[in-house]
Write a protein that binds this ligand. Structure first.
Ligand code: CU
Length: 489
């Protein structure tokens, strides 16, 4: 049965997909208009795009489990309207996002617009909303007129169910385009959205069951995927620039990315483009983080994006280790370029991408991430587990704060704050100091990170938490509330 909501959702995705019983097609457009290729090297697939029209992006996201194509067969997944990842939502500063979330799961869900600088109240980016099975909820998220362009993403954030729903496949990209995207060399680039995931592969809901050890370490899946496809191949052309927008949508897996066959040019971080792209030799992406790379395709041949091993530490309980990609280097995707050698040029400076220097902090604050022992492991911030009724941190509108987030556990925890972007100014591992804006940063085991947070607007309550989603679900999350300072307007 297809309801009117489903119909809107699928029409909105611009696909003639018919929802049958059982198997649902993957979204496919751009590089490859067909569905999964029945070859050993599946082609790269892009999620469908939904763009705002006259300043409004109006769509429906139906949370539903489904069998989705995988290789020559299918696998069980949590999806948005039958697709994993869900459609890419494209909007501009000042636009309104009107997103109806329909819950066809047997567990509660909601929607978080990760990285967007928007109100956390009411039916905006409010993580305290809970949509019961069978219910629906209309989110209306107003982007400020000065919102930064960038690669953001959406995913469920209903406490207690986040890891399972996201690891199972519920995630999609939000692209905000601003004047930095008008840079001549960038606007000519071939843009590709790349959602990194690591699902468990199986034919029923059993694939999302998690053991106690999984939940302590943070569950990792069987295979790495890019837009739901294992090791896809992009058919590229010489003389072109590729712009890759990466999102780590894995619930726990870290990617230590390397690029072979081309210099690795970092052009953007969580909060959008950086003015001067930087050549780097690798990039660590913790869950929740985004990155943009520019790839100049000048010569025929292959360019391969890989992840190498990363030890994110252990829980200290029963020897559980959180080593991502422990078996060694894994290919994520390959670009296979054809054509005569033709030089492709990258911008050395991106017009309109300048980020103002962080203001001088007027106050400071410290948070401590920890894991408690005992029979049941607990995951805490400042010695407490999450309580939605408690405000842990009170912020004043207009304040500029320097936060030091320290990690006293033996395992890395990626720290994410909602609503805000910050500037990392110092860290125990100086490679964590980013040239761009961030909303998620890894805090290494026994390490610390310092960042500047400028609290300019948006009063209300929201959260900060560990983005290893099993840890968040087990309580490594705190509530902040922003209010006008007493005596100020
Ligand atoms: Cu954690």
């Amino acid at each position: 049965m297809v309801t009117s909501f489903d119909r809107r959702s699928f029409l909105g995705m611009g696909l003639g997909a018919v929802v049958g019983v059982g198997v649902l097609p993957l979204a496919a457009c751009g590089d490859n208009p067909s569905t999964v290729a029945p070859t050993v090297s599946p082609r790269f697939l892009s999620p469908a795009d939904i763009s705002s029209v006259d300043g409004v992006l109006d769509t429906t996201l139906t949370a539903v489990t489904a069998m989705v194509p995988f290789g020559d067969g299918t696998r069980w997944a949590y999806t948005y309207g039958g697709f994993t990842p869900g459609p890419t939502l494209r909007a501009r500063p000042g636009d309104l996002l009107r997103i109806l979330v329909v819950n066809r799961l047997d567990t509660p869900t909601n929607l978080h617009t990760h990285g967007l600088h928007v109100s956390p109240e009411g039916n905006s980016d409010n993580v305290f909303v809970s949509i019961a099975p069978g219910d629906e909820f209309l989110f209306e998220i107003q982007l400020p007129a000065d919102h930064r362009g960038g690669t953001y993403w959406y995913h469920p954030h209903r406490h207690g169910f986040v890891a399972e729903q996201v690891a199972g496949g519920m995630a999609g990209v939000i692209i905000i385009e601003d004047r930095s995207d008008q840079d001549p060399l960038l606007s000519a680039a071939i843009e590709r959205v790349m959602v990194l995931g690591d699902p468990r592969i199986g034919s029923d809901s059993g694939v999302v069951s998690a053991s106690r050890m999984d939940r302590m370490s943070g569950r990792e899946g069987d295979l790495v995927t890019v837009n739901g496809v294992h090791q896809p191949v992009i058919s590229g052309s010489t003389g072109t620039v590729e712009r890759w927008r990466l999102v780590n949508a894995s619930s726990s897996r870290y990617y230590r990315l390397v690029l072979e066959g081309s210099p690795m040019m970092l052009a953007g971080t969580d909060g959008g483009l950086i003015e001067v792209p930087e050549q780097i030799d690798h990039l660590l992406m913790a869950p929740g983080e985004r990155a943009e790379f520019l790839v100049a395709v000048s010569d025929p041949g292959t360019i391969t994006l890989r992840t190498t091993r990363y030890d994110r530490g252990g829980s200290g309980m029963g020897g559980g280790r959180g080593g991502s990609n422990a078996a060694g280097t894994i290919d994520l995707l390959t670009l296979d370029a054809s054509g005569p050698s033709t030089r492709a040029s990258l911008p050395t400076r991106i017009q309109g991408a300048r980020i103002a220097d962080p203001p001088t902090a007027t106050g400071s604050r410290s948070l401590e991430l920890s894991m408690g022992g005992g029979g049941a492991m607990s995951f805490m911030i400042d010695g407490r587990t999450f309580d939605p009724e408690r405000v842990d941190t009170r912020l004043d509108l207009g304040a500029v704060e320097e936060w030091t987030v320290s990690n006293v556990s033996n395992m890395d925890h990626p720290f994410h704050i909602h609503i805000w972007q910050f500037r990392v100014v110092d860290a125990s591992d100086r490679s964590l100091i980013s040239p761009g804006l961030k909303d998620t940063v890894n805090v290494p085991a026994r390490g610390w990170v310092k960042f500047i947070l400028e609290i300019t607007d948006f009063p209300g309550r929201s959260v900060y938490h560990c983005h290893i989603l099993d840890h968040e679900d087990q309580g490594m999350m705190g509530v902040f509330e922003t209010t006008a300072r007493a005596g100020s307007a």
